[in-house]
Design a protein around this ligand. Structure first.
Ligand code: GLN
Length: 586
């Protein structure tokens, strides 16, 4: 905002006499950071984030510093108010930014923590421009999409380049080329590439190759037209990645090459793969890493020794994919539509845990809307363990409580995440402590035993979206508990939060006297963050979202523990590792 005003110098006179306006952060050195722009044609959902993060990973392995950024076209200022069933899960960063699920893909693939500098929306860009206009920063100029809005986008990218000291900033534009709301982002990319000079930027277009079953062959016309549209906007792609179900044949690639001026060796197939973690090797086999490095003229910044080590470690992980000897089924209580995207981080965390343990994890989605104590056994018949994930509102909560009761009473491994933690407290209060009317005030506002409530300090903060406890927080772990062993006997762990309601401290003594252990607490407030039942093989809940910080090379202990416990239950005759002890060791 205005505090950044003094950071700005102008590449040309900022006056009514000049058409140029391109604010540059003070101290910015042209040429230090290169830019790789990734955009999509034909349709959205092609996996631009996956492509971009995999390419960034290959460069990072070579010792280069990379910084991704996702540019979203929508007018929301962040993703906090978006419905996950429409837009995919809301991913929360350590600094509390609520953003698109693609940021999760970047964090997992690159094994780094990102921040609000790595994400922007049209809403953020426009608010900034309007703020500057009110503040008189445009010196009497009429404020326009070009150059002012595009200038704001370029400023954001250059700031990220400076802050991160990146060799390459990877810029992913959400949606597709041709979306009205993306037009000014694409124009900003074109301007930036021009201003930074030749060899500074590289443009990657993802496209889609149709395979109509009635024809039985791959058709590239839609892809050609999509790329043509990009070229009409003044952008010559350097690389074209063709998404398709099957490997894209030479004929289709050649046609695209002819129409786009892109050499055929840079028109690559990016067909479906069993695991996204196999994509880096697909790109490597096509020499995409070296193509980008050559295009950006940064060969001298590579460290090939670093790469040998990093790639070896990665291959140790990918070699295990698809080799599992055992199978478990984890039941997840979730609503039925668009499940994959709404629970992307949980699915990923289970995949990481399964690969680490050599065990394939199947997911059984359990709709709890009509589930009762009478039907619960049947609904959970296939499950070797269950997760009650985060959520808002009242739908299906009684069914979730029935699942938790069943898990507690039948030694079925349980992991409760955020809402699932709160539901576990309610279930225990009702059926073990005898507080039969226990509930959350989110579900029954005037319930007689509000074991889950909004704390007084939270109640003071008003306004939707503004009163959430958000982002990374340290959690103090109680020594000698299962949780303590699970995390490798550490004093504290850090996890990410996104919630309004909490355990009301006045019920803690009652709950603990009946056998519930609060094994993780906030260091400075009486906020309960992890619970366990010591007499159960694996019954854990957390107010946090551990799935957000599980990484392929560092699976989250809570998910490893749950999967290992499910494995033990499924294969009682095998000598399998203790779920509590193995979790911190994989
Ligand atoms: N609805 C609950 C709360 O606001 C849980 C939130 C969640 O699961 N993310 O506290």
């Amino acid at each position: 905002m205005t505090k950044n005003k003094d950071l700005l110098t102008k590449i040309s006179t900022l006056s009514t006499d000049s058409e140029f306006f391109s604010p540059i952060p003070k101290g910015y050195k042209k040429g230090k950071t290169r830019y790789c722009f990734v955009m999509g044609t034909v349709m959205s959902g092609l996996g631009k984030g996956i492509f971009s993060s995999c390419l960034a990973k290959l460069l990072m392995d070579k010792g280069l510093t990379v910084a991704p950024i996702k540019l979203e076209g929508y007018l929301n200022v962040d993703s906090g108010t978006l419905n996950p069933f429409r837009h995919g899960e809301v991913f929360v960063l350590d600094d509390g930014m609520e953003c698109d699920m693609d940021l999760g893909t970047y964090e997992r693939m690159l094994n780094i923590d990102l921040s609000q500098s790595n994400f922007t929306t049209s809403g953020q860009i426009f608010s900034e421009v309007l703020h500057k206009e009110r503040h008189g920063d445009y010196l009497g100029r009429d404020v326009q999409m070009i150059p002012h809005v595009t200038g704001e986008v370029k400023l954001k990218l250059r700031r990220l380049a400076m802050e991160s000291k990146a060799d390459v900033v990877f810029v992913e534009i959400g949606g597709t080329v041709g979306d009205l709301e993306n037009a000014y982002y694409i124009e900003a990319m074109r301007e930036l590439a021009y201003e930074e000079g030749p060899g500074s930027s590289c443009f990657v277009a993802l496209t889609y190759i149709l395979e109509p079953p009635t024809l039985g062959e791959q058709k590239s016309k839609a892809a050609q037209l999509g790329i043509k549209q990009l070229m009409q906007m003044g952008i010559q792609p350097d690389i074209i990645a063709c998404r398709a179900t099957n490997p894209v044949d030479a004929k289709a690639r050649e046609k695209i090459s002819i129409y786009s001026n892109v050499p055929v060796e840079r028109v690559i197939s990016m067909h479906d793969s069993a695991s996204i973690y196999m994509i880096p090797s697909m790109l490597r086999e096509n020499s995409m890493d070296f193509e980008v490095i050559r295009l950006l003229k940064i060969e001298d910044r590579m460290n090939l020794r670093h790469e040998r080590k990093a790639w070896g470690k990665w291959c140790d992980f990918t070699d295990k994919i698809g080799t599992a000897k055992r199978d478990v089924t984890i039941g997840i209580t979730g609503k039925y539509t668009s499940l994959r995207d709404s629970y992307a981080s949980i699915i990923n965390a289970l995949e990481h845990a399964g690969i680490a343990l050599g065990c394939h994890v199947n997911i059984d989605w359990i709709d709890t809307s009509d589930l009762t104590d009478d039907t619960v056994a049947e609904s959970l018949a296939k499950a070797d363990g269950i997760i009650v994930p985060g959520g808002f509102g009242t739908r299906g909560t009684e069914g979730k409580i029935a699942c938790i009761k069943y898990a507690r009473e039948h030694n079925l491994p349980y992991l409760g995440l955020c809402l699932g933690f709160q539901m576990a407290v309610i279930e225990f209060a009702r059926h073990v402590c005898g507080l039969t009317e226990a509930n959350s005030t989110e579900i029954v506002a005037d319930c007689p035993e509000p074991v889950i409530d909004i704390l007084p300090e939270q109640k003071k903060i008003e306004g939707l979206g503004g009163n959430m406890r958000l982002g990374g927080r340290d959690i103090q772990i109680k020594p000698q508990t299962q949780t303590w062993h699970l995390f490798g006997q550490v004093e504290s762990v850090r996890m990410r939060f996104r919630h309004r309601y909490e355990v009301d401290p006045k019920y803690i003594d009652t709950l603990e006297a009946a056998g519930m252990v609060f094994s993780g607490k906030a260091p400075d407030h009486p906020i309960m963050q992890i619970l366990e039942l010591p007499d159960h093989p694996f019954f854990l809940g957390t107010q946090a979202h551990p799935c957000l910080t599980s990484r392929p090379l560092a699976p989250h202990p809570m998910f490893v523990g749950l999967t290992a416990a499910a494995q033990q239950r499924r294969y009682p005759k095998e000598a399998l590792p203790d779920p509590i002890k193995i979790a911190s060791k994989v």
